[in-house]
Design a protein around this ligand. Structure first.
Ligand code: GDP
Length: 294
């Protein structure tokens, strides 16, 4: 038997291939925002799986809009590239049945010398396993992949095989994180992430892209977690949308985020929310640093 293996796995792929679903299914806990919108996951999120013989550390690179005009996009772009560059393995998630220009574009950004495991997700969509072969052949021509693994994040099919393949691709090394640690981010981060997800879910297309969440304070008061957070928007009109009629929208967002956090933390949460207009914030490098993007 070979020794213990440990390393980082960068998750890459065009939007909607099922990266978040896959990560959630693998890690068994809802860590990243699952949404059809590519822009929801702005942070790098790690899920960690520890077994008897390995520790797999997942790094989620956000789906990026091509626009790199403003500072936020530039920083996100940098991070995303880092996720692909600085990991031991890149897990490239694609969809069964088609290879799109977006898949090729993501692949082109992964340097030639990287170990890339191609994951063909959503195989639950094909009725006959025979239909899979031509697609696998097509994918194999894109690049010399370390392996090509068909899976379904929805049904869980072939995920043990994917974990086996990923483990094999990692270097022999001791575990970097304590066994029960699901993420290297703290509760503060989850609070912001939960709010961000609720904002996107509740407001959908109405939500201004430049809308950010800042946790102003996070205190533990006995079993209660007291969280004060601000939602930053750019204009008064956007503030109106987020707050809603008589504050109804903000209340809904706050209530849903609080429920999620209570489940995640396993205790009561008080969540105080403010909506603030901060004109042009996404071009302000100083604020970006405060948000942890710097
Ligand atoms: P991401 O943008 O790559 O993170 O993709 P998501 O995880 O948000 O998934 C995009 C869409 O594909 C969602 O509607 C998922 O429910 C769906 N999806 C994800 N994995 C599977 C799968 O294995 N099978 C099927 N049929 N749908 C899936």
């Amino acid at each position: 038997m070979s020794g213990f293996r440990c390393g980082t796995i960068g998750i890459a792929g065009r939007p909607n291939t099922g990266k978040s679903s896959l990560l959630n299914r693998l890690v068994g806990q809802k860590l990243s925002s699952v949404s059809a919108r590519a822009q929801t996951t702005r942070h790098l999120i790690t899920g960690i799986i520890t077994t008897d013989d390995a520790q797999l550390i997942f790094v989620d690179s956000p789906g990026l809009p091509e626009n790199t005009k403003n500072a936020l996009h530039r920083v996100l772009g940098r991070r995303s590239n880092e996720a692909v560059r600085d990991t031991d393995v890149v897990m490239l998630v694609m969809e069964v049945g088609r290879v799109l220009a977006g898949d090729r574009a993501v692949l082109a950004r992964i340097p030639e010398d990287r170990t890339v495991v191609a994951v063909i997700n959503k195989v639950d969509r094909i009725a006959h396993s025979g239909d899979l072969l031509p697609h696998l052949e097509k994918v194999s021509k894109l690049r010399a992949f370390h392996a090509i693994v068909p899976v379904s994040a929805r049904t869980g099919r072939n995920l043990p095989e994917l974990l086996r393949v990923l483990r094999e691709a990692l270097p022999e090394a001791p575990a970097q994180y304590p066994v029960d640690q699901l993420t290297d981010r703290d509760e503060r981060f989850f609070a912001a992430e939960a709010l961000r997800e609720k904002l996107f879910r509740t407001l959908g297309a109405e939500l201004p892209y430049r809308c950010e969440v800042v946790i102003d304070s996070f205190k533990e008061d006995g079993a209660l977690r007291r969280i004060e957070a601000s939602i930053l928007v750019e204009r008064d009109s956007q503030k109106g949308i987020v707050v809603g009629r008589d504050g109804a929208m903000l209340k809904k967002i706050g209530t849903e985020a609080r429920r999620d956090l209570e489940k995640l933390f396993g205790g009561k949460v008080y969540l105080g929310l403010w909506v603030k207009v901060r004109s042009g914030w996404s071009d302000d490098e100083q604020i970006l640093r405060r948000l942890g993007y710097g």
